[in-house]
Write a protein that binds this ligand. Sequence first.
Ligand SMILES: NC(=O)c1ccc[n+]([C@@H]2O[C@H](COP(=O)([O-])OP(=O)(O)OC[C@H]3O[C@@H](n4cnc5c(N)ncnc54)[C@H](O)[C@@H]3O)[C@@H](O)[C@H]2O)c1
Ligand SMILES: [Zn+2]
Ligand SMILES: [Zn+2]
Length: 402
Amino acid sequence: MKAVVYHGIGDIRVDDVPEPRIEQPTDAIVRITTAAICGTDLHFVRGTMSGMKPGKVLGHEGVGVVEEVGTQIHSFKPGDRVVISAVLGCGSCGYCRRGLFAQCDNANPYGPRSGTASFGSPEAQGPFNGLQAEYARVPFAHTNLVRLPENVTEAQAITLSDIYPTGYFGAVLADASDGKIVTVWGCGPVGQFAVLSAYQRGASRVIAIDGHADRLEHARRRGAEVINFNEVDPVVAIMELTDGIGADCAIDAVGVDGESPKSGPAAGRDDERNAEDQRTISPNLDSRGQDGHWKPGDAPSQAQTWAAESLAKVGTLGIVGVYPPTDRFFPIGTTMARNLTVRAGNGNHPRYIPKLLDMVASGQVRPEDVVTEHEPLTDAIGAYREFDLRSPGWLKVALQAT
Ligand SMILES: NC(=O)c1ccc[n+]([C@@H]2O[C@H](COP(=O)([O-])OP(=O)(O)OC[C@H]3O[C@@H](n4cnc5c(N)ncnc54)[C@H](O)[C@@H]3O)[C@@H](O)[C@H]2O)c1
Ligand SMILES: [Zn+2]
Ligand SMILES: [Zn+2]
């Protein structure tokens, strides 16, 4: 079968690989009809999240049709149309029972403290091949598959695999609730769903920050007040917009490939600290990338620093942007001085997907606008390159089976 395979930093290819087979009685094999490229995949290909094993199939977002199930799967059968959870739980351990699927004790065969189990990820997150492929093996299918009603389209369903539950989880972590003012840092696909989710949880105002005009325009259409950090100092702007008090909640939807401002009043101010962060986090990485692509972000802790500085006293920061274990930079002084609360982590997706799916199926939300590009799986590398450059309009790429 065809699949997008990781060969090394900056080197991904569409290869022919063997089809997956049932390995455990709780597995299912799913024929993937739609996969997607995530900002997380960019961290892997750029090398800012290390530990990817050459030969691994990439991708953790998928929708498809069940082909075959193991002997312990009694809720799905061949032909069922499903969305696959990007975060894998076993559905039985103490953590899963409390809805804390991202910290499941059993899903990752490398052990309970190894890392959140997911597809197509650095080896610490498990050996699971990814979903940018024609077929995939889904472990603990009773927990990690969700059946799709007929009226939910492929473009709607693919958002439920990872980006919508992650944006929602960001709003939960940041304690976005009735009447609050929420800042959303990063207007990529996850940031767009953080804006939507903050409003769904009752926020009165959402202020979204990015450096790309087209992404800010998407957030504005979702009702956010938008700030371009290449035009104004975002901390000054947020303080002005909130009567000098700051925001109640902040959601970091940026991650380790954060960028510094290249123009405007905030440009250059934190360059020295940013360079030191980047050197410490990824000492062996070429900061120039490769032939104009796969360039690591130059400011890994910029968004967190701005987010903390623009929070009101006793505000809450929720971090869903992904940072590697080598990252030791955080604005702890500001957090301490203002009694801030910080919560972080991978999303507990199986807990939220059914509820978000209900809202999509009933027409309450239209998540499909975020999926701006639809490309055949065979053209995945070109699509990765556009998404990596954040080319105007390339907000989210769905990969279609051919
Ligand atoms: N925790 C989870 O479960 C989970 C799941 C999915 C994705 N993620 C992570 O969420 C993050 C966002 O994912 P995505 O697919 O939207 O990625 P993306 O790369 O498309 O979006 C990131 C956005 O942040 C913006 N940005 C860069 N520097 C900034 C700064 N200093 N301030 C404000 N905005 C800035 C970029 O311009 C870009 O639009 C990534 O780190 C990804 O790994 C986490
Ligand atoms: Zn993802
Ligand atoms: Zn579990």
